[in-house]
Design a protein around this ligand. Structure first.
Ligand code: PLP
Length: 409
């Protein structure tokens, strides 16, 4: 008899997107003539930009010639890409890091999922509610929580993100060893200002805690008081790991490339009180369990930082940002209260007359043939809210927006 990891049994089934798909399929079957538009997707709709495609072709040709063929690469990523990231995302912003503090990977999802392995089973984890589900589920799998009761896991410190606090997590009343912060946020679209983030960095320094800062939507920041990196805050290199991704920045959701910054100044401790470098531990983990991102993909990611690449991806992002404005205006015209959409591709709307988020889902589907995501699917504090995304094409976003604007609530 082989025993399984029973922590997996604690996880409630991930029914959110399959329930949505089933409801949409049933609606389409009953109404074959109607065009249903999805503003629920978290995937991009625009293709890779020409500079990236050119780099992919060039690198593919190199792989086909014996003089330039590459086999296994460095687990941490090729120096050319780590240097490009370092210069563009950090040095040019006045942040002093080194290339060996940057780890290239196949996705921010796997990195945020895997990183918790470096912490003791006994660590207390804090996370936002509502939340990107990966942070919570991977800690459940690792056995760092109790049972799931009344919508919450025992042992987790939940940080409610509500209309009252502007969807910005407040410092917890109790201790937490590891805190996941996602800014700009999925699903609420809220982004922490420099002052708000400073409170967390100071708190982590005082409490000897580690912040895992997921900044997958950094490219969507528009407001000057929202930092592009947590390392813009003094002292953050002692307390924070930063996760970034090419997925939403440059349409790499299917191409797969991301990176994680683990500063050498960041230390964790053994039970004997001896300090250990988190950077060294992550390097050990990655060299053991990961064999790097394909050379071709890393060359493609490098091209994102070229002047042409930057110009082209900025145009694509501007298109998604315009979609977000179109959606926000439509919601306003329909008399709905909405948040986000300014520093993020996500719009977080308040369901009208206190209806629950699944009822709103059905209403939007049946009255406007528009699909979104019920907020409660991201956590208990998401009840009464609904997520729309700006990732569809301009044409379909316009069409969906017109339908929403005509709704009467
Ligand atoms: N982090 C957040 C907050 C996300 O919303 C997503 C994707 O939806 C990811 C990470 C995953 O990024 P990647 O495609 O790099 O794995």
């Amino acid at each position: 008899m082989t025993l399984f990891n029973e922590n997996y049994a604690k996880l409630p089934g991930s029914y959110l997107f399959s329930t949505i798909a089933k409801r949409v399929a049933a609606y389409k079957e009953a109404h074959p003539g109607q065009q249903v538009i999805s503003l629920g997707i978290g995937d991009v709709s625009r293709p890779l930009v020409p500079a990236v495609v050119e780099a992919l072709h060039k690198a593919s040709d190199e792989m086909g010639r014996s003089e330039t063929f590459r086999g296994y690469g460095p687990e941490q990523g090729y120096a050319f890409l780590r240097e490009a990231i370092l210069q563009h995302d950090y040095v040019q912003r006045g942040i002093a890091l080194t290339a060996d503090e940057i780890f290239v990977s196949d996705g921010a999802k796997s990195d945020v999922a895997n990183f918790q392995e470096l912490f003791s089973q006994a660590c207390t984890v804090a996370l936002q509610d509502p939340v990107y589900p990966v942070y919570l589920d991977t800690n459940v799998m690792a056995g760092r929580t109790g049972a799931f009761e009344n919508g919450r896991f025992g042992g987790i410190v939940y940080l409610p993100c509500t209309e009252q606090n502007g969807f910005v997590p407040q410092l917890p009343a109790c201790h937490a060893d590891v805190v996941y912060l996602c800014s700009p946020n999925n699903p609420t679209g809220a982004a922490m200002t420099r002052a708000e983030l400073k409170k967390w960095v100071d708190w982590a320094a005082e409490n000897n805690s580690v912040i895992l800062y997921d900044s997958a939507y950094e490219a969507f920041i528009t407001q000057p008081d929202v930092p592009h990196s947590i390392y813009e805050i003094p002292g953050a290199q002692q307390v924070a790991v930063e996760f970034r991704s090419f997925s939403k920045t440059a349409g790499f959701t299917g191409t797969r490339c991301a990176y994680t910054v683990v500063p050498k100044a960041l230390q964790v401790y053994g039970r004997d009180g001896v300090a250990h470098s988190l950077n060294a531990l992550w390097l050990r983990r990655q060299t053991t369990k990961f064999n790097g991102v394909p050379y071709i993909v890393q060359r493609a990611a490098e091209a994102v930082f070229s002047p042409q690449g930057q110009k082209q991806i900025r145009e694509v992002i501007a298109g998604y940002q315009q979609n977000a404005r179109v959606i926000l205006q439509a919601l306003q015209r329909a008399g709905l209260t909405a948040f986000g959409g300014v520093n993020a591709p996500y719009i977080w709307l308040k369901t009208p007359q206190g209806i629950d988020s699944w009822t709103f889902f059905d209403k939007l589907l049946t009255h406007a043939q528009v699909v979104g995501t019920p907020g409660v699917g991201f956590g208990a504090c998401g009840e009464g809210f609904f997520r729309l995304t700006a990732f569809n094409t301009p044409q379909l976003t316009q069409e969906a927006a017109q339908r929403i604007a005509q709704l009467q609530f």
